[in-house]
Design a protein around this ligand. Structure first.
Ligand SMILES: [Cu+2]
Length: 118
């Protein structure tokens, strides 16, 4: 899927252009880098400001929010619905190079930055 890498750069610039897709993917825990976050009142209370991974690495971002929200990984356009206090995960293979915002749509919380490649 590297052929769409050029498109990813354009998507990165349009950080407010959220499609809000609600598809959820089963988390693959085999050979996956899992990074956990907590969000309370719209602020990150646990987890790194940036997640840097190699191209092709399997990544799972697990987020626990104190309120219902939608987790969204830009660029990859992966989303997960979050229930209060219940961890939600987006899992994917990091096959698009670039820097992508990970956010919660309702609270507007910045969860982290995903840096792929380099
Ligand atoms: Cu978004």
């Amino acid at each position: 899927m590297r052929r769409i890498g050029g498109i990813a750069v354009a998507v990165l610039l349009a950080v407010t252009g959220c499609s809000g897709s609600t598809g959820s993917e089963p988390a693959n825990t085999t050979g996956t880098r899992t990074v956990k976050f907590s969000i309370t009142e719209g602020k990150r209370t646990a987890g790194p400001e940036e997640v840097a991974v190699r191209t092709g690495e399997n990544v799972a971002l697990e987020v626990t929010s104190d309120r219902a929200d939608e987790l969204h990984v830009h660029g990859y356009d992966k989303a997960a619905q979050l229930s209060p206090g219940v961890p939600g995960t987006v899992a994917f293979t990091a096959n698009i190079d670039g820097i992508f915002e990970v956010e919660l749509h309702k609270s507007g919380a910045a969860v982290t930055r995903l840096r792929v490649g380099g």
